[in-house]
Ligand binder design. Structure first.
Ligand SMILES: [Zn+2]
Length: 131
């Protein structure tokens, strides 16, 4: 186990979302570091990826949860996404489905769905742990 507490995010490659997501994850979970797995339009990728790409994502996540001991993962979609240019409603639906998929991969890990809105503020739209 590494020093420090890790969390994980599966998010867009878009540079505008990285800082807000990092800040939100640090503010809401007691993490020191955020392992960041990026794909263009990550919320869509989780639903439409080929089996090979899904397997790669699963393995990346596994590095974070085993080597780094991460126990919380966020699935992120955002406003004005070039990799996934769909309506906000579709994004929210995809994020919620993506949260369920990742939770099926590893039910010991809390998975939250985050929407980064037009003001680059983060809203939580799904959570596998009821508060
Ligand atoms: Zn994007």
């Amino acid at each position: 186990m590494k020093d420090g507490i890790f969390g994980t995010t599966v998010t867009c490659m878009d540079g505008r979302v990285q800082e807000p997501v990092l800040r939100w994850m640090r503010a809401n979970f007691e993490i020191d570091y955020l392992d960041t797995i990026t794909e263009p339009g990550a919320d869509r990728v989780l639903l439409e990826a080929t089996p090979a790409l899904l397997e790669q994502l699963k393995q990346k996540l596994q590095v974070s949860t085993t080597a780094h001991g991460s126990r919380v993962v966020s699935i992120v979609g955002h406003h004005d996404c070039a990799g996934n240019p769909v309506s906000q409603e579709t994004h929210l639906d995809q994020i919620q489905k993506g949260v369920k998929i990742v939770h099926l991969w590893n039910s010991n890990i809390r998975v939250v769905g985050l929407w980064v809105n037009e003001w680059w503020m983060v809203e939580k739209v799904a959570d596998t742990q009821k508060e």
